[in-house]
Design a protein around this ligand. Sequence first.
Ligand SMILES: Cc1cc2nc3c(=O)[nH]c(=O)nc-3n(C[C@H](O)[C@H](O)[C@H](O)COP(=O)(O)O)c2cc1C
Length: 143
Amino acid sequence: MKIAVYYYSKGGSTKKLAEAVAEAAGVKARTVDEPLEGPYELMFIGGAPYIASQVDPHLRDFVKKLTAEDVKEVAVFSASNWKMSIERQIEHDLADPEIKVFDRGYTARGHMGGINKKHPTPEECAEAAEYAKKVIAALSQDQ
Ligand SMILES: Cc1cc2nc3c(=O)[nH]c(=O)nc-3n(C[C@H](O)[C@H](O)[C@H](O)COP(=O)(O)O)c2cc1C
């Protein structure tokens, strides 16, 4: 199964989770500024809520441009101060209705300046890796 991990991170929390997810998936974590090298059967997409709980426009633009020729299914992970999932926002931004969204995503606490400094913790990174393995196993069964 061809898998990708793409993320957008301003402060480094999502990046930490992306690296754990990518390691579990056996691929490299890429930022949304890096080119697609698909088609992918599965893409993990990582991000965080910022002003007004909104995902950053960089990530939104990346998601809006995806087509079912680039990717068959996406699975969403996020870092957030209040453990807010961004899954619904990503689902809403996917313009191609043929792209499936894995139900459900993974959310860890992220740090925000001096708040939640230790997050995501090693345990949360391990959970993100477990989540990735679970998604891959579930989709492998479907094939
Ligand atoms: C301007 C701003 C607004 C934020 N708004 C929210 C929010 O509405 N809900 C939330 O859970 N976290 C919010 N956060 C916290 C971020 O989601 C958190 O810092 C996250 O770890 C950022 O991920 P990153 O380090 O990968 O950029 C906000 C952070 C900033 C800087």
